[in-house]
Design a protein. Structure first.
Length: 730
């Protein structure tokens, strides 16, 4: 416990100094001006200057005050604003303390106004009425008294209250600012939330303003550095799952949603908002130059002495600022000449508040969850793909009593998830592409990082979600320091029509390998690629063979109409090479036909397959929705794959399989033993050879289908799958 001060005073003004040099003189002048109000009202005070890792110029400036009885000079090397403030307060004598950085300026009424607020009631923090940022350009933030819930909606996005406040010394020492220790930071923002969590009220002092200097080119702020480093807030009660869910969102609190549909940047023309100020600057430049004889001679108008023709500049509406604020702004110009409320300055001043929509979306995200999760499972969506089945089966198993993970699926891309009904009751699902669709991408990532930190998330699982990988990239230090176990799925690479090879196994996983705990694949080829091409340690690579829970149909020879019928079923998309399928149909032998089932993705229509020997039938809702008994064999085309779940399900139905030798298919399809492998996925001629081989040999069809089912029962059983799950996640 800190001892009470001897020889106490009413107010301690704490000045934190670093590298401000003689700019600090402006700050000190503003303090002296405001302190005159204290002196007039016989309120005692002291000024504590704490120089933390100060430059020689800064240290030399403050030496002039070493014999001033009002001022105490402290020197340290914390390199941390919160530690600097805490130390200064512990060495202060004031019943109340207030702060300022050594390049900002107080308004005249601050010290007296703040003192009257904090001395008249307990558990209160006094705040400035306005914050006026100057130097780069003028930005004005108005602080007003509001409900706790409304304040939080703003504070979830960012801190708008500034580092200048006044409170009792006792209150501050009960809630000292937390040290900025990566991956956590934002000591002022954190302190606001910590005190609000304890029921402390933050109250605005009318007719006060902080003049906040911001020159990002010459002196980036600590706040800027922390933002770039992707720090986040330490856990605090108000941002935890249970508390956030209690925040009430009224109709009045909901801002109009911004239009984010057009994100194209137009750099070829000057924005109209910029055009009028440029005209004004041009005019003033011409007025200035025309005073010089050389300029008039160059223009060929040496005889003209008058000013150039005035350019009309459209008047823009002025900000409706309070008269007292204009007066105070003018008054501070006597100390700081770089800021003054000229008409053009007021016209260009930007009004700023945090994006309340970020806070609203964070609240709604928490309210969408039925329970507090310990595991976040990021997916683009959940549809009827093989990968989606892997994700659902895995989550349902880990949600069971044996593992008891509290899992929340996070959908990260727009689109309808059609298979969420397959999730067990205890597994949550939230579509942030919808619930957070009106805030920008980076804000969503920041909110996810905040949720992870505030709720002590234990595990992150990434299933083909670029958003999930971007979260790891930006907040890797947070994930690592929290000890979060990161699991990722790696099924296959992708091959574009141009021949470019990519995919998550090449473009994402290697860049976050240091924070990945387990990489799970359904095939050996991908595992081999990860070690051979990216040197990923074999100790974190695992195979989990998916199981088939369909009833097995005994292979048989179809008694038909003399036509050899091939079933093709899957997503009609670029990866499944519909172009190759169409080319195969063009050279099919007589009495051979292909029926196509599957959802048509963008760029493909039913007419695409409108040829003699191929017909698009319809979409389907799973293997049991396909009339497999009407076909002689299953034809599969693809440029890249893991271990396609469709092949396993078709094998259970008793059909022989023709498939390309890509991805992990060879784990299941052993050529001429459990199916026929085509060595070149892009060769229609090789597919035709395989088709003819099956068409000409009913016995081969039976043998391949029977052996495929034997392999299915041996290596792709549910019991084996559960053992692998326990080995990976147990």
């Amino acid at each position: 416990m800190v001892k009470p001060p001897t020889n106490p005073v009413d107010v301690s003004v704490v000045v934190t100094a670093h590298n401000e040099g003689i700019l600090a003189h402006k700050t000190m002048l503003s303090i002296f001006r405001s302190a005159k109000k204290l002196e007039k009202n016989k309120i005692s005070y002291e000024i504590i200057v704490h120089i933390d890792n100060g430059t020689d110029e800064t240290d030399n400036y403050f030496k002039k005050y070493e014999n001033d009885s009002r001022i105490v000079i402290l020197r340290n090397s914390f390199g941390d604003l919160s530690s600097s403030r805490n130390y200064a307060v512990n060495n202060s004598r004031g019943r109340y303390v207030t702060f300022i950085d050594a390049d900002d300026l107080y308004s005249e009424e601050w010290l007296l106004g703040g003192f009257r607020v904090v001395s008249s009631q307990e558990e209160v923090v006094a705040r400035m009425n306005y914050i006026l940022t100057f130097c780069d350009h003028s930005v004005l933030t108005e602080l007003r008294d509001m409900s706790k819930d409304e304040m939080l909606l703003y504070l979830i996005d960012s801190n708008y209250l500034s580092s200048v406040f006044m409170c009792s010394r006792d209150l501050y020492q009960r809630f000292p600012q937390r040290k900025n220790q990566s991956p956590y930071g934002f000591e002022d923002w954190q302190w606001v939330l910590d005190t609000m969590s304890a029921g402390v009220i933050h109250q605005v002092v009318p007719e006060t303003v902080l003049f906040y200097r911001k020159d990002s080119l010459s002196k980036p702020s600590y706040l800027t550095q922390q933002s770039v480093a992707r720090r986040t807030l330490s856990p605090t009660k108000l941002l935890g799952y249970e508390e956030v869910r209690k925040i009430m969102i009224t109709t009045e609190q909901q801002p109009e949603a911004p239009d984010l549909s057009d994100t194209e940047e137009h750099t070829g023309a000057i924005d109209q908002k910029m055009y009028e100020p440029l005209k004004f600057i041009l005019y003033k430049t011409l007025v200035h130059l025309n005073r010089y004889k050389l300029y008039r001679r160059l223009r060929g108008r040496d005889d003209i002495s008058e000013e150039p023709e005035q350019i009309e500049v459209a008047e823009e509406p002025q900000l409706a600022l309070p008269e007292w604020l204009i007066d105070e702004w003018k008054s501070i110009n006597k100390i700081e000449k770089t800021t003054f409320p000229s008409n053009y300055i007021i016209r260009d001043t930007e009004l700023w508040m945090p994006n309340k929509k970020v806070g609203i979306d964070f609240v709604r995200f928490n309210q969408s969850l039925d329970q507090k999760p310990d595991t976040l499972f990021f997916v683009p969506w959940l549809v009827r793909g093989g990968g989606d089945k892997v994700f659902i089966n895995t989550a349902n198993e880990l949600n069971s009593g044996k593992y008891n993970w509290n899992i929340a699926f996070i959908q990260t891309l727009p689109g309808e998830s059609t298979t969420t009904d397959r999730l067990d009751k205890g597994v949550d699902f939230v579509d942030i592409a919808d619930t957070m669709g009106d805030i920008d991408y980076e804000s969503r990532i920041n909110l996810m990082a905040m949720f992870i930190a505030q709720n002590n998330i234990k595990r992150i699982v990434i299933g083909n979600s670029r958003f999930g990988y971007d979260l790891l990239l930006r907040y890797r230090h947070l994930i690592k320091s929290m000890g979060v176990k990161v699991y990722t799925f790696a099924f296959s690479e992708t091959i574009e029509l141009t021949g470019r090879v990519g995919g998550y196994i090449h473009e994402c996983i290697p860049f976050v390998d240091d924070i990945i705990y387990r990489i799970v694949s359904d095939n050996t080829r991908t595992i081999d690629q990860m070690t051979e091409e990216h040197a990923i340690s074999e100790t974190k690579l695992f195979i989990n063979h998916q199981y088939v829970d369909n009833r097995f149909n005994k292979p048989r020879i179809r008694q038909g109409d003399g036509v050899f019928k091939l079933l093709w079923a899957g997503r009609v998309c670029m990866q499944k090479t519909p172009e190759v399928l169409r080319a195969i149909s063009e050279i099919l032998p007589d009495n051979t036909a292909i029926d196509v089932y599957g959802d048509l993705e963008e760029g493909y229509t039913a007419d695409y397959f409108g040829l003699k020997n191929i017909t698009y039938i319809r979409g389907f809702k799973g293997i049991d929705d396909l009339p497999t008994k009407e076909y002689d064999a299953y034809l599969y085309t693809s440029s890249s794959d893991g271990m396609p779940n469709m092949l396993l399900e078709v094998a259970a139905k008793g059909l022989p399989i023709i498939a390309p030798d890509v991805g992990g298919i060879r784990d299941f399809i052993i050529n001429d033993e459990t199916g026929i492998l085509v060595s070149d996925y892009s060769s229609p001629e090789l597919f035709i050879q395989a088709i003819n081989k099956l068409k000409d040999s009913p016995d081969l069809r039976l043998r391949l289908a029977s052996r495929a089912q034997s392999r299915l029962k041996e290596s792709y059983s549910k019991d084996n799958w559960k053992k692998e799950i326990e080995n990976i996640y147990g």
